[in-house]
Design a protein around this ligand. Structure first.
Ligand code: FCB
Length: 459
């Protein structure tokens, strides 16, 4: 069979979504709660007290989403499969009705000549598995491989691009260290156990998929350039780089956690956790690497006076267990997430990541939240700031390709405004706005801009 990735002769365009952020229908057709259904019910966890029970109501009818994707003219659509729809109890019993939905979605995309890319885990762990220990226990990695194979058994004749995990850094450290994401636990340095089990789950799933004939298996990482802003921050910068980047790339490329990573995460040297053969399984397990990029991480030492009006500096420090004495120092301009806009760092990240891994890269997410306050007389959201962000980051990819990085595709996050995790519906990343009252979709100016870019450059 031909290689399923776009060949890279020119950049392929696409867009991306995730199950819990768009589907709704939490109990439909046999689905059972995920960790996000439970976490969103805990008072104070979500900024607007909302949840994903309605989201964009993409379940059970994926038709409107497919029409919007097709209208962009793009070649790729990345969606995620909800584990609790397919294996609601988390064991091995498969719920065929859940898979029917993804079959309708995939068939609809293929009919419109859009290539589907399926992410198997975009954070919606069946709550039954969390009740048995979640990613802190090895069994979850094994169940993930079983579930992945069940999805492949149904869709593998039509889906050839598979991403195992989305941003395992968030699952491990926002889920089990800072507690800002589901399941909202704060187990400190034990969170590194989740890291290893996520990598193991990826490795086991990749092996099972490959045995079943798959040849386009990747993993999606939220890699970030980590930049030291002061000399005193050098050690912390190395630690942040270890937990954001090297703890994932080391096993994937070298089959090892490096010395600096073990310094901040000594539990990763525990032979009861990291068993013989685990890291060999992970080494070379990805045919391609998904890179999600939004912003760089600038690290400064904690003695630098924080700006009290700047909450971004203290964001997520607890998501770095084992590291102290530092802050983040994002510069301006920033998006509505308070994330610094820095396309040059994106170019550098892509070039460095390609040099480090030698793997074909897909930018599996890139985009920006803005308030969307400007509206044209015909009602279209005039999101000039989002268009500027996207244009600058597309240019950054072009520069990375010119410098030799093998970047195959750019998937804009996201198709439509949706449930943005702990921010609820307050942060808008979409190319399309969604009316919260009646869920009607309306393309923003950025949607038309992207469609025009695709028309001009070819999809
Ligand atoms: C990434 C997530 C995605 C979305 C964007 C803004 O971390 O993968 O679901 O929330 O951030």
């Amino acid at each position: 069979m031909s290689n399923p990735l776009p060949d890279g002769s020119r950049l392929t365009f696409g867009t991306a979504t995730a199950s819990y952020q768009i589907e709704g229908g939490p109990l439909a057709d046999g689905r059972l709660p995920s960790i996000w259904d439970i976490f969103t019910g805990v008072p104070g966890k979500i900024d607007d007290d909302s949840d994903g029970s309605v989201a964009c109501a993409s379940y059970p009818d994926p038709g409107p989403d497919i029409d919007l994707v097709a209208g962009l003219g793009v070649g790729l659509y990345r969606f995620s499969v909800a584990w609790p729809r397919v294996v609601p109890e988390g064991g091995t019993e498969v719920n065929k009705l859940g898979l029917d939905y993804y079959e309708r979605l995939v068939d609809g995309l293929l009919e419109r000549d859009v290539t589907p890319m399926a992410t198997l885990y975009h954070w919606d762990l069946p709550q039954t598995l969390e009740d048995r220990g979640g990613w802190l226990v090895r069994e979850t990695a094994e169940r993930f491989a079983d579930y992945s194979l069940a999805v492949h058994d149904r869709l593998g004749d039509r889906v050839r691009l598979w991403a195992t995990l989305n941003e395992p850094w968030c699952s491990a450290y926002l889920g089990y260290a800072s507690g800002r994401h589901a399941p909202g636990r704060q187990v400190g340095a034990q969170a590194h156990r989740a890291t290893h089990h996520l990598l193991l789950g990826h490795g086991l799933a990749a092996a099972r998929l490959r045995e079943a004939g798959a040849d386009g298996v990747g993993i999606v990482l939220n890699l970030t350039p980590v930049i030291a802003e002061s000399e005193a921050a050098a050690e912390a910068t190395d630690g942040v780089d270890a937990l954001r980047n090297r703890v994932w790339l080391g096993p994937l490329v070298d089959g090892a956690y490096d010395a600096g990573t073990l310094r901040v995460a000594p539990v990763l040297a525990d032979p009861d956790l990291v068993r013989p053969g685990d890291l060999d399984l992970v080494r070379g397990s990805a045919d391609w690497l998904g890179v999600n990029y939004y912003t760089p991480s600038r690290v400064t030492d904690a003695t630098a006076a924080p700006d009290p009006a700047d909450p971004a500096a203290d964001a997520d420090l607890t998501a770095f267990p084992g590291l102290t004495g530092f802050r983040f120092a994002p510069r301006h301009p920033r998006t509505d997430m308070d994330w610094e806009v820095d396309p040059d760092s994106f170019t550098r990240l892509l070039v460095d990541t390609y040099d480090r891994t030698g793997l074909p890269l897909v930018v599996t997410e890139n985009g920006a939240a803005y308030a969307d306050a400007t509206v044209l007389p015909d009602g279209t959201v005039d999101d000039a700031d989002r268009i500027d962000y996207l244009a600058a980051h597309l240019a950054a990819i072009d520069s990375a390709r010119d410098a030799g990085a093998d970047v195959r595709a750019w998937l804009v996050w996201t198709l439509m405004d949706n449930f943005e995790w702990s921010h609820g519906y307050l942060k808008k990343f979409g190319l399309v706005s969604v009316d919260r009252a009646d869920l009607t979709r309306a393309p923003k100016r950025s949607y038309h801009w992207l469609a025009e870019v695709v028309r001009r450059r070819g999809r």
